[in-house]
Design a protein around this ligand. Structure first.
Ligand SMILES: [Zn+2]
Length: 155
């Protein structure tokens, strides 16, 4: 997408969770805890993928795109289909998208990535002063590791 920027990839974090699971330090009940809301969002707004669920290996993962931002007003926090995002990107200056993978079979779910969309991305460099860690830290489940994750993601 043209206005997509400040992408944060959570694949390393996901691998760490899977390692913990394999080592028995967390149980499947800890990580396969998709809420009814997340599952219905996956059914109605989700994007099917070819990727097998790493836990049950019997279902393919579905990606759900959640949108956040002050400009979205009451739409903030809602799920949107992938097809709706380019349209949305042209109606706001900036909004944050969180992509979550969900398995409708075993309820595994994990953050895949986050990024910014919106017209601000068309003007080249942003006005500056934006603290992406503040945004990422508040939205991700863990706090204070935002900058570290970003460095890992850029490797
Ligand atoms: Zn599964």
């Amino acid at each position: 997408m043209r206005t997509q920027r400040q992408v944060v990839d959570y694949s390393l974090r996901k691998r760490a969770v899977l390692r913990e699971l394999l080592a028995g330090r967390v149980g499947t009940y800890d990580v396969c805890d998709a809420s009814p809301y997340l599952k219905s969002a996956a059914r109605f707004h989700g994007e099917p993928t070819d990727e097998r669920c790493p836990i049950c290996r019997s279902e393919n993962l579905t990606h759900v795109h959640y949108i956040y931002g002050d400009e979205l007003k009451q739409s903030a926090g809602q799920a949107r289909t992938l097809a709706e995002l380019p349209v949305l990107a042209m109606t706001v200056r900036e909004c944050q998208v969180f992509v979550v993978e969900v398995c409708l079979g075993c309820n595994w779910n994990h953050l895949v990535e986050q990024y910014l969309l919106g017209r601000d991305g068309l003007t080249g460099s942003p006005e500056g002063g934006q603290d992406q860690d503040a945004v990422g830290g508040a939205a991700a489940s863990g706090n204070g590791t935002g900058s570290r994750r970003r460095r890992e993601a850029q490797r």
